[in-house]
Design a protein around this ligand. Structure first.
Ligand code: 5GP
Ligand code: ZN
Length: 138
């Protein structure tokens, strides 16, 4: 296993620190978040240490999304959720506080009082074109 001895999610994923686990296999553990946004908020943790999405190997990206669909379906049904958010933060400015890749599974309920959002911008077509060219390396 690739691990970082100072990483709390490595310890949780390995079972060295107890957690409310809702799924486990050789490569992943899914746990309830201790500071949930809503009832059932959970985190998919790879057992190997990758700091963020950019470090996560491509094949694991696919595995994580499959697991999100499986767990999301089970959670939505059994918790009677009305909707569902997947959230994944990379970097401190993006809200990442634990630097071991994790995908948030957030069941949503009508009138749950939470919001996951941003203020909407209003760029000109020229600005969008400039950004498009920048992203595409043109
Ligand atoms: P981030 O802000 O990095 O995307 O998300 C970190 C998440 O981990 C937060 O939602 C926080 O509540 C959760 N968290 C932090 N420490 C622990 C812990 O020790 N156990 C569990 N179950 N969740 C944790
Ligand atoms: Zn780790």
């Amino acid at each position: 296993m690739m691990r970082d001895d100072n990483c709390i999610f490595c310890k949780i994923a390995a079972g060295e620190i107890p957690s409310k686990t809702i799924y486990e296999d050789d490569s992943y553990r899914v746990i309830l978040d201790l500071g949930p946004a809503t009832r059932g908020h959970a985190l998919i943790l790879p057992k190997d240490h990758y700091a963020n999405l950019f470090q996560l190997p491509e094949e694991k990206c696919a595995e994580v999304m499959k697991l999100a669909k499986k767990m999301g379906t089970q959670m939505k049904e059994n918790l009677k959720a009305d909707g569902f958010n997947l959230v994944q933060n990379n970097g401190e400015c993006a809200g990442q506080t634990v630097f071991h890749f994790h995908l948030h599974l957030i069941p949503r309920y009508e009138n749950d009082g939470q919001k996951i959002g941003w203020t909407v911008g209003n760029p000109s077509s020229e600005e969008l074109e400039e950004i498009r060219n920048r992203i595409m390396g043109e």
